[in-house]
Write a protein that binds this ligand. Structure first.
Ligand code: VAH
Length: 315
């Protein structure tokens, strides 16, 4: 039986992933870790440990204590936050990954999952249907750290046989855990503000089209990739995943079908420049061929679920 350790388990991906993995592999086989205090449901449903991912010794001790065979390394500083503290973000995003990869090598872990991002693409990258292999010139701290991370992940596979799987996530949209510090987080904040106040000020321009994905689709893709036969994987850096591309104004129009009085204005901030450096849409043919990636949610279906679930949370 696989014994899984998740870093950043209280984060946006980590929260959904912890519950899904506990469902599939058994609560006691999934050790959630974070630097933050978890919600009671996470603490009560399975093992939780406080872990600062910069503490390689503590991480090693937990791998031994629980006989860990897989690590999902999710802890990182996202794009918006990373621009405010470049050196700290580089240090955390890179050193924590090296800590995990070294454990993969020395403890012969079966699998590692590590999230990359469409942030690895930059101003010279083809903007539409961005291919799996292309020019990548990220000009954000977060994107630079993800590009460097992809190189290290592939190096550890080729040099030491460390079997890390990775997805270049689009902007992720979820209702279980609120995100923090991302450029795409307008697509989550808007639901909370619409329900709380009936109005929202968007920090991106109305036509800033970006690839996005509803969290249930992202979680399914993550676990499908981790469970795929190693021999079927042609990519050992990170897989493109397209999700659904839309502009803020298109999301607003979809929400207004349910809340016609919603008022939205647009006041772009520093994150507009970040968004403009990223592609508008992604080609994920390779992921579909290698491990049967598929997306279930479109903008209409996602909006309906987000309004329902966040409406329940805010009641
Ligand atoms: C961010 N949500 O905005 C993350 C993501 C593609 C964007 O990596 O930083």
């Amino acid at each position: 039986m696989e014994k899984i350790l998740i870093t950043g388990a209280c984060g946006q991906i980590g929260t959904d992933l912890t519950f899904e993995l506990r469902e599939r592999y058994g609560n006691d086989n999934v050790v959630a870790t974070d630097i933050k205090e978890p919600e009671s449901e996470m603490k009560e449903s399975g093992p939780f440990e406080f872990l600062d991912v910069m503490d390689a010794e503590k991480m090693h001790s937990l791998v031994k204590k629980y006989n860990i065979t897989q690590i999902y390394h999710l802890a990182a500083l996202l794009s918006g936050t990373a621009e405010k503290m470049p050196l700290k973000a580089w240090d955390i995003n890179m050193q924590s990954l090296m800590n995990v990869l070294e454990l993969g090598r020395t403890e012969k872990l079966n699998r590692i999952f590590w999230p990359s991002s469409i942030a690895v693409f930059g101003p010279s990258t083809p903007k539409q249907n961005t291919p799996q292999t292309c020019v990548m010139d990220p000009n954000t701290v977060y994107g630079i750290s993800k590009l460097a991370g992809e190189r290290w992940v592939q190096y550890y596979y080729e040099k030491y046989g460390v079997d890390t799987r990775s997805i270049r996530y689009p902007g992720l949209i979820s209702y279980k855990a609120e995100p923090g510090g991302g450029t795409t987080d307008y697509a989550v904040e808007i639901f909370y503000e619409a329900i709380r106040k009936g109005e929202y000020t968007c920090f991106l321009k109305e036509d800033a089209a970006l690839p996005m994905q509803f969290m249930p689709d992202a979680i399914k893709a993550t676990i499908d990739l981790m469970e795929a036969d190693s021999a079927s994987l042609s990519v050992r850096s990170s897989y493109n995943v397209a999700g659904i591309s839309f502009k803020p104004e298109e999301m607003v129009a979809e929400i207004k079908k349910h809340m016609p009085d919603l008022k939205v204005d647009y006041e772009p901030d520093f994150r507009q420049d970040i968004a403009e450096s990223w592609p508008g849409s992604i080609d994920d043919t390779v992921a579909r061929e290698d491990w049967s990636l598929k997306n279930e949610y479109d903008l209409e279906r996602m909006t309906k679920v987000m309004l329902e679930e966040i409406g329940k949370k805010l009641k």
